[in-house]
Design a protein around this ligand. Structure first.
Ligand SMILES: Cc1ncc(COP(=O)(O)O)c(C=O)c1O
Length: 465
C-alpha cells in the first residue's frame, strides 16, 4: 500500500519489546503516534531491525529492477555523504560538479553530438525524469501550435500500452490524452506502424521503451524514428521521439553497442534512465538528458537565488540526498566501461542460463529469453490446467524467491506470465538453486490429479515495476 491511512486502535497503540534477551518495559510504546518518551537509540535500533526481518530478502527479490547490491565501499561513501542536499549547489559545489560529470558521461555514452550541447540533470528516478521529459515535449508542442495559431487544448502522447505507470501518471497529471497502442498476438510492445498511425498535429511526442517492463524486450526505436521521419516528409508533421531507457540505458551501450536507439537517431530528443536500476546504485537516482538546448524550453527552468549564487533548476523535488549521485559517480569511476560490460554480461549469462533451464522443464513457454535486457517473461503452456502462474509464484515464494506473476494489458489480458529480472549480485550458483527449486515445485504441481482450488483473490493484475 503506497498511501497510509490514519489508524488507531488498541492493537496499534502498544508494541511489545522485540525479541531481545531481557524484557524492556520501556519498549511498550504507541506504534502510530509519537511516543511521549522515546525508547532510546539502542532499543529503537533493535526494535526496527527485528521488525524488518519480516521483509523479503532483497537479493532474492527477482521482481524488482532496482539495485539490491552495491560494493561495501559504495555503502560507506553513501553513509558519509548522506548529509548533503543535492539542491544546495552553492554550498556543495563539488557534489554539483560530480552531478555535471555524470550528465556528461551519460550524454557521451548515449552518443550526444558534442556540438549540440546536450543538457540534463539527475532526478529521484525514471518517474521524475519521465515527468520532466514529458513536460518538455508538452511545452515545445504548445509553442509550435501557438506559433501556428492552432488550438493548444488537446495534447496527446503515443506509447505502447506496456509503458510503465509513470507515463500514465504523466498523462493524467498533466492533462495529456493517452494514445496507448494495445498488444496484439505475439506483439507485446509498440511497433513503428502502430505508433505513426496514432500521430496527428496534437501529438506532443512518441515514447519508445528500451526495454519493456512487462517482458524485458526492446521496442524498435530506430524503426519508430524512421517511420516518424517518413511521416514528416509525407505530411509535414514533426513528432519528437523520447526514449524511456529506464533499464536499457545502462545495458544496451555495453551489451548491444551497435544497436541504434539513442542520440545517434536525430529524431530522439530526450532520454531517461534509472541510475538505481542497471546504473547499479541503490534507490533513488535517475537521469534525464535532452539532445540540445532547443529540446528543453527555457521557461521550464527556474532560477533560484536563495541558496547563494544563481541556480537554474528543473526538477519536481527540491531537496534530496546528494549521496545517490555521488554513488553513481563512484560506480562510473570504479567500474569504467569495461566493468559495466562485465557486470551486464554476467547478468545476461545468468538470464540466458535461467531461461534455457526453464524452457527445458516442459510446462513453460518463454515470451522473451533475456537476450535484450537480462529480464525475461514466461507463461504456462495451454495444456497446463491444474495450476496457474500465480500458483508457481506462490510456491517459489515459499522457497524464498520473489518472482511476480501478473496479467498482460489490453489486448492480451488472457495472458498471465511470470517474470525474472536478473541484476548484479545474482550469481550462477544462485541461478542453479533457483532452477532446482522451480523444478521441484513444478514437479509437485504437475503431479496434482485435479485443478488447485483458488480463493477469490485480485491477483497481481495491476502489478507494475
Ligand atoms: C521502462 C520503465 N520506465 C520507468 C520506470 C520507473 O522507474 P523509477 O522506478 O526509476 O521511477 C520503470 C520501472 O521499472 C521502467 O521499467
Amino acid at each position: 500500500m503506497a498511501l497510509s491511512t490514519h489508524q488507531q486502535n488498541g492493537h496499534h497503540r502498544q508494541q511489545q519489546a522485540a525479541p531481545v534477551h531481557q524484557h524492556h518495559p520501556e519498549a511498550l510504546m504507541p506504534l502510530r503516534a509519537l511516543p511521549d518518551r522515546g525508547v532510546g537509540e539502542q532499543l529503537s535500533y533493535e526494535l526496527i531491525t527485528s521488525e524488518l526481518l519480516l521483509d523479503g530478502q532483497a537479493r532474492l527479490n527477482l521482481a524488482t529492477f532496482v539495485t539490491t547490491w552495491m560494493p561495501s565501499l559504495a555503502g560507506r561513501l553513501m553513509d558519509e555523504t548522506a548529509d548533503k542536499n543535492i539542491i544546495d549547489k552553492d554550498e556543495y559545489p563539488q557534489t554539483a560538479e560530480i552531478e555535471a560529470r555524470c550528465v556528461n558521461i551519460l550524454a557521451d555514452l548515449w552518443h550526444a553530438d558534442s556540438a549540440e550541447q546536450a543538457t540534463g540533470c539527475s532526478t529521484t528516478g525514471s518517474s521524475e525524469a519521465a515527468m520532466l521529459c514529458g513536460l518538455a515535449l508538452k511545452w515545445r508542442w504548445r509553442e509550435r501550435m501557438r506559433a501556428a495559431g492552432r488550438p493548444t487544448d488537446r495534447p496527446n502522447l503515443v506509447t505502447g500500452i506496456n509503458v510503465q505507470v509513470c507515463w500514465e501518471k504523466f498523462m493524467r497529471y498533466w492533462d495529456v490524452e493517452p494514445r496507448l497502442v494495445p498488444m496484439e498476438g505475439e506483439r507485446f510492445h509498440l511497433s513503428a506502424e502502430e505508433a505513426v498511425a496514432r500521430c496527428d498535429e496534437n501529438t506532443i511526442g512518441v515514447v519508445g521503451v528500451l526495454g519493456s517492463t512487462f517482458d524485458g524486450s526492446y521496442e524498435p526505436v530506430a524503426e519508430i524514428a524512421a517511420a516518424l521521419d517518413e511521416l514528416q516528409s509525407r505530411t509535414g508533421l514533426n513528432v519528437p521521439l523520447h526514449v524511456d531507457a529506464a533499464s536499457g540505458g545502462f545495458v544496451a551501450p555495453f551489451l548491444q553497442p551497435d544497436l541504434e536507439w539513442d542520440f545517434r537517431l536525430r529524431r530522439v530528443q530526450s532520454i531517461n534512465a534509472s541510475g538505481h536500476k542497471y546504473g547499479l546504485v541503490y534507490p533513488g537516482v535517475g537521469w534525464a538528458i535532452w539532445r540540445d538546448q532547443a529540446a528543453l524550453p527555457r521557461d521550464l527552468i527556474f532560477d533560484v537565488n536563495y541558496l547563494g549564487g544563481h541556480m537554474p533548476t528543473f526538477a519536481l523535488n527540491f531537496s534530496r540526498p546528494g549521496s545517490e549521485v555521488i554513488a553513481q559517480y563512484f560506480m562510473f569511476s570504479s567500474l569504467g566501461r569495461e566493468g559495466y560490460r562485465r557486470v551486464m554480461g554476467n547478468a545476461q549469462d545468468v538470464a540466458l542460463k535461467l531461461s534455457a533451464g526453464i524452457e527445458e522443464m516442459g510446462p513453460y513457454r518463454l515470451l522473451t529469453r533475456g537476450d535484450e535486457l537480462p529480464v525475461f517473461a514466461f507463461t504456462l503452456r495451454p495444456e497446463v490446467t491444474n495450476y496457474t502462474v500465480f500458483d508457481v509464484s506462490d510456491h517459489l515464494r515459499q522457497r524464498g524467491w520473489l518472482v511476480p506473476a501478473y496479467t498482460f494489458p489490453a489486448d492480451r489480458e488472457d495472458l498471465s506470465v511470470l517474470r525474472i529480472v536478473v541484476r548484479a549480485g545474482m550469481t550462477l550458483d544462485m541461478a542453479d538453486a533457483l532452477l532446482a527449486h522451480l523444478r521441484e515445485e513444478t514437479e509437485m504441481l504437475e503431479s496434482l490429479d485435479g485443478p488447485l482450488p483458488h480463493s477469490k483473490r485480485a491477483g497481481l493484475q495491476a502489478f507494475r515495476h
